[in-house]
Every structure is written in C-alpha cells, then in structure tokens.
Design a binder for this molecule. Structure first.
Ligand SMILES: Nc1ncnc2c1ncn2[C@@H]1O[C@H](COP(=O)(O)OP(=O)(O)OP(=O)(O)O)[C@@H](O)[C@H]1O
Length: 314
C-alpha cells in the first residue's frame, strides 16, 4: 500500500532548479532512506511532501488524498523531525512535550500519559524536568523526535536526525526508528550517512542535484556496480598530477582523494591494479593498499563523482 507519493514534482528557487521532475513512492511500514550530499534537495523534497513549501508543478498525494486540497487533515497524521531543533530551551522536556501535544489537541490524562510514554520511548524519563539547555546534543535530538511523536503519526519524516551527535545517542535514535517501524509507522529518513541507511532502511533513494538518480534495496544498488572494485590506497602525497594520471588509466572510473587516501573505483576485470600501483610509485610512496567489494558509498561515488559525506566534487 502506498502511503505517500510525489509525481513529476518541480521546484525552483529563482533560477535554481532544486527538484527536477522528482517522482517517489513511500510504502506502508517501510523505512525509506533518502541519501544525498549537501544541497541535493532532500530538505526541499521533505518540505514539499508535508506542504511547508509550494511546488511549481507536479502531484503530491498523502494517505490517498491530494495534498493541496487536504493539507490540514494530512498534517494531523504526519510527524516531522526537522533538521534544526524545534525545542524550546526555556521549557523543560516535559513542558515541551505538553506544548506540542497541546498543538495536536491532546488534553488532560491522555496528554499526561502520552508524555510519559514518549519520554520512555526516547529514553528521557529521568530528564523530564530538566531544561534542554542542560542536555547533550544527542538528548536534544531525542527530545526533538519525541515532540514529533506526541500525536502518534502514521507517517514520520526525519530530516538528518543524527547530525552532530555521539555514537551512543545515534544508536539509540536508530533503535527508536526501528521500533517505530515495527509498530507500523512509515518512515522517510534522510541522512548523509550511508552506515545509517545500511542499518535501518528497507529501501534507498539516492538524490543528487535535485534528481533521484537511483533507487532500490542496498543490495540491489550494490549489485548494479558489482563488476567494479574499490581500491583504497594510502600514499605519502596525493598531488593533482597523480590524480590526473590515475584517472587516465584504462578501466578507472573515478578517483576520490581524502587527504592522503585515494579511493579508486575500477573495473574488476581490467586487471589494472598493477598499473595503478606503478603509476603511483612513479610519483610517491605507497603506505597501504586495500581492495574491497563496493559499498553504498561507492555506488554513490560511481553515480555522482562525489562522496556522500560532504558532497565534494571528486
Ligand atoms: N529558501 C530557499 N531559497 C533559495 N534557495 C534555497 C532555499 N532553500 C534551499 N535552497 C537551495 O536549494 C538547494 C537544495 O537545498 P536543500 O536544503 O533541499 O538540500 P539538502 O539535500 O537538504 O541539503 P543538506 O544536506 O545540506 O540539508 C540548495 O542549493 C539550497 O541552497
């Protein structure tokens, strides 16, 4: 069953085409991972889906209703976890939840019980009466999620909910997302982090420059490039000249430089590792070499020539 869809959606900011004929579908009970570098259009896609911004053309349907004509009704069933925290620093965690619950019409004992439930769900029960200003980044993010859960949304949209937090809080959030999925919530989850997508997503859409450029399960996406391998080489000095020479070797598809590490995507049947190594040796010393099967990161690199982490050109 389709919970939400966008069809041929176009959104421009002046001359900038931010959503370029985007079509997506969200299926009931799935965690759909939306992966892309900075500026790919992920937030714009989300804000369009929930009706926070108007699109220039295309159709958006949520819960089988045309979004434009039924936006108030639709919003009652959607939870939005925004990238920027929306919690009030001068209200305690509990009071924040009371405020957001109130906005959704919860009152009295129903409101009180839901606050307790949600605090326990995100692991903040012991901090209910504390101000978010005293929280760690991860605790604030968890409270931000809790606020979006007060009205038990059927569709939860999470815009990079783990940015800038410690690994423990990150794992806690990923576990929370999986629990929500197990309870039947449909989730759209955006991130730069492929490890998160690999850990939780049923399906992945990869976005770049306003386009959805690939989609499928993680395994499906990786199998599309299985004829390739990823050669990771640590060198003493990775100069522009060296990069240029490597890219000219037959069978090399992409080379990305991260400090003194080179990640080279190469056809696995071209047998050119020797060639790559000897070109490098002519320029600098080699510290280590690793040949891996491709990961989701390599899928992205192959498709866009950029790393997921920062959207930097390769
Ligand atoms: N209100 C706006 N006015 C003009 N340009 C905008 C506006 N909002 C976003 N943009 C531009 O649209 C493009 C897509 O931005 P968007 O925030 O959707 O990307 P994103 O994939 O969510 O990036 P990030 O990972 O950094 O959040 C960017 O080039 C951005 O500068």
């Amino acid at each position: 069953m389709i919970v939400a869809s966008m069809e041929k959606v176009i959104k421009r900011y002046d001359d900038l085409l931010v959503l370029d004929n985007v079509s997506i579908e969200l299926k009931k009970g799935e965690i759909l991972g939306l992966l892309g570098p900075n500026g790919a259009g992920k937030t714009t896609l989300i804000h369009s889906l929930v009706g926070l911004i108007k699109v220039d053309s295309g159709d958006i349907t949520v819960f089988n209703k045309n979004q434009k004509n039924n936006i108030i009704e639709i919003k009652k069933e959607i939870g939005l976890v925004t990238q920027d925290l929306t919690v009030f620093n001068d209200l305690t965690a509990k009071d924040n939840l009371e405020f957001f619950g109130g906005l959704y019409g919860l009152r009295g004992s129903e409101l009180k019980n839901r606050i307790k439930e949600v605090l326990a769900f995100v692991g903040l029960t012991d901090n209910a009466n504390k101000l978010p200003s005293k929280f760690s980044g991860g605790m604030k993010r968890r409270l931000n999620i809790a606020c979006a859960l007060m009205h038990k949304p059927k569709l939860l949209i999470m815009d990079e909910p783990t940015v800038g937090i410690d690994p423990q809080s990150r794992n806690h959030i990923l576990e929370t997302v999986k629990k929500l999925r197990d309870q039947g919530t449909t989730i759209l989850y955006t991130t730069h982090y492929m490890e998160e997508i690999q850990a939780i997503a049923s399906r992945v859409l990869i976005m770049d420059q306003g386009n959805v450029i690939a989609g499928g399960t993680v395994d499906e996406l990786i199998s599309n490039i299985k004829y390739e391998e990823s050669v990771k080489i640590d060198v003493l000095e990775a100069t522009d000249q060296l990069m240029e020479k490597i890219n000219k070797i037959e069978g090399v598809k992409e080379t990305i430089r991260e400090g003194s590490r080179l990640n080279i995507i190469s056809n696995s049947d071209s047998g050119n590792i020797d060639r790559i190594l000897s070109v490098i040796r002519e320029h600098t010393s080699i510290k280590s070499v690793n040949v891996d099967k491709p990961t989701l990161e390599d899928v992205f690199l192959t498709l866009t020539g950029k790393t997921l982490r920062d959207g930097r050109e390769g």
